[in-house]
Structures are given as C-alpha cells and as structure tokens.
Ligand binder design. Structure first.
Ligand code: PHE
Length: 352
C-alpha cells in the first residue's frame, strides 16, 4: 500500500483558500468576521505564517510560491471586505426593523399643488375671448396717475376719485405720481397706443383699493378689462359678447340686462346684471328678491378717452367692460367671503 504523500505546497495553499473562504462566508456577525480576519491575516494568523514559510523553500520554488501566497492573501482580503459590507447592511436593516418604521411601505402620498381658483376662472375667461379674436395683455400694477385716472376722464378734482382711493407710491422727482392701479381700466389708453385700430383685447389682473374690508370687499382683488375698438361699434356687440362670456364661464345659459351706470370713461355707461344663479331668477336672499345679480360695469368708450388714445372719435368707437373676476369666482364655486381667495389658507384652497 502506498504511503500517504505529504501535501505539496500548491495543495496546501488551495486547501487553505477553500477553508478560509468558507469560514468568511459563514460568519453571521461583524464580531465573528473580525475574529476570522485575525486568525487568517493577523500577525499570528495562518496566512501570515504561510507567507513566512517562503524563506524555507528551495530557491527554484520561491518565485511561484510568493506569487501564490500573495494571490491567496488578496482573495481572502476581498472576501472579508465583501462580507463586511453585507453584514453592515444587515445591521442597518435590523436597526430599521427594530423601530416601528416599515421600510417596505410605499411612500406617503404627496400633496401636489394645483391651480388657484382665481387662475382657473381667469384661464377660462382668456380662452373664451381668445376664440373671439381678443389679445390678452399684461398691464402693469404700478401705474401712473395719468393712465389710471386722467386718461380716463377723471381729473384730480373729479368726485369719482373718492370712490377709488388707493396706495400711492413715492415716485422719483419729475416722474409724476404713481399708484397701485385701482382698476384694470388703467390699461385702456395703453392698449390704444399699443395696437392700431381695429383691435380687441382683454387685460386681467390684480387691482388695489383703500377699502374697509368685509365679506364682499377686499383691498386687493382681481378684474378683467375688455376693450373692443372698431368702426360702428354698438351696445348690441357689447351685450352679445357678455352673454357669450358668461354662459361659457358659468356653463349654462344666462340672461343679462343693462341698467344705467355712471363711469366718467364710458358714454353711455351701464351696470350689467345676470339672472340670479342661485334661484334662477325667482327671487332669493342672495339677489335680494330681485332675481338679478349685479356683475359688471360696462359701456361705450367715451370720445375723450378715444382722443387720449390717439383715436378720432368720429371714425372709431369702442366698448369696454370691467369684470369683477373675484366675484365671478365666488359665484362659480359658491365662495361666501372674498377674503378667502387671497388668504393663502390651504384648508380653503384644498377644496378646488
Ligand atoms: N373700471 C371700473 C371699475 O373698476 C369698471 C368699468 C370698466 C366700467 C369699464 C366701465 C367700463 O369700477
């Protein structure tokens, strides 16, 4: 019977590799892995011992043996490092599992923002007028006294100024007085200078007034101005445009009526009422039993305003309206207090 041969150094190294790689993979805790590291690669560890053995080998074996031991050491180092990452991840997962936090749950639903009700209705108004060939203009909120008042036939002494006091600004010397516009009508003469007649435009935006606030008054609110300049413009054009607009916005057929109204920049001037959307014209507390709601002032552009805009009133006429956008939003969504609209209250805004 053949004597068992002593292992060659090649066999010995491959056996050691096998053994340590299995031992490393078998560790279940960082502490145990550290122990394996000491026993294999530590100062008195087996692999370190194998490295030292180089000196005792015959010269012709030294180079091959050195390379093989080096390779073995690298494999073990890499295996330890990989296993360390695995065990560390395990520790983190374990810590998370110990808290009441479930990492496998889907994320909590976010609260995506949405379009403000004022902007929703404004976009609807813009869409309706765009289909009728109107430009949509963005006019400045800081206005000159001229554009806001004088160009509109409201000189400094005019009693109509009293109804629309506002926030005045300190303008640089020699620039005339500036203010936060009290109405979008301030854009009328600007538009006449911007476009050659005939033209149609609306200009929506914020306006400001010095108001005692209550459920139906706010110091900052939204209007949409409409202006059409053409030859032979009549009240009939105005009425039909208004009916088209309101039916589209309120999404039902509405009746409109005109009452005389005074504004220095229109002649004749009107208050346009719509049939009450709450009682369908039968009479209720919202419309004070009249069946009608006052919605927007309008009229034919005053010849003096046309002149201010550089137009000859004998050639050109126009109509204008000033729609209370805030009020329209309140009617569309049944908002009881105008102050809610700009309150920034998420409980209110979350409903739209
Ligand atoms: N600018 C006026 C206001 O805010 C409304 C208006 C606009 C009246 C256009 C007539 C024509 O009260």
């Amino acid at each position: 019977m053949a004597q068992p041969q002593p292992l060659s150094w090649q066999q010995e190294l491959s056996e050691a590799a096998e053994r340590w790689l299995v031992a490393i993979a078998a560790t279940a805790e960082l502490q145990a892995l550290r122990q394996v590291e000491v026993e294999s690669l530590g100062k008195k560890g087996e692999i370190t011992g194998l490295t030292r053995r180089l000196a005792t080998l015959p010269n012709e074996d030294k180079r091959a043996y050195g390379a093989a031991v080096g390779e073995l050491k690298t494999r073990i180092e890499q295996a330890i490092s990989t296993q360390r990452t695995t065990l560390e991840d395990l520790v983190i997962t374990q810590e998370l599992a110990d808290t009441s936090f479930d990492v496998t749950l889907p994320p909590a639903p976010g609260r995506p923002g949405h379009v403000h009700p004022l902007s929703q209705v404004q976009a609807d108004v813009e869409r309706v007028f765009e289909t009728m060939g109107f430009h949509v203009l963005d006019c400045p909120e800081v206005e000159s006294e001229f554009d806001n008042f004088e160009a509109l036939n409201i000189p400094g002494w005019h009693p109509a100024r009293e109804m629309q006091d506002t926030f005045w600004l300190q303008a640089p010397e020699g620039q005339g007085r500036q203010l936060l516009r009290t109405h979008t009508s301030a854009g009328q003469v600007r538009a006449m200078h911007q476009f050659a007649p005939p033209f149609r435009a609306i200009f929506p935006g914020k306006v400001y007034r010095y108001e005692a606030t209550d459920a139906s008054h706010e110091h900052t609110f939204h209007q949409v101005e409409g202006l059409m300049i053409d030859r032979h413009v009549s009240v009939g054009h105005l009425l039909d445009s208004m009916r088209t607009l309101l039916s589209a916005i309120l999404r039902r057929d509405v009746q409109v009526r005109l009452r005389p109204g005074y504004f220095p920049f229109v002649e004749p001037g009107f208050e346009l009422d719509i049939s009450c959307q709450v009682c369908a014209g039968a009479g209720c507390s919202v419309c004070k039993q009249s069946g009608w709601l006052e919605l927007l002032p309008c009229g034919l552009v005053h010849p003096q305003v046309l002149r201010m805009g550089g137009l000859d009133p004998n050639e050109w006429q126009g109509w204008a309206f000033g729609l209370g956008l805030s009020r329209l939003v309140m009617m569309r969504f049944g908002v009881p207090d105008v102050r809610l609209l700009l309150s920034g209250d998420a409980r209110f805004l979350g409903q739209f």
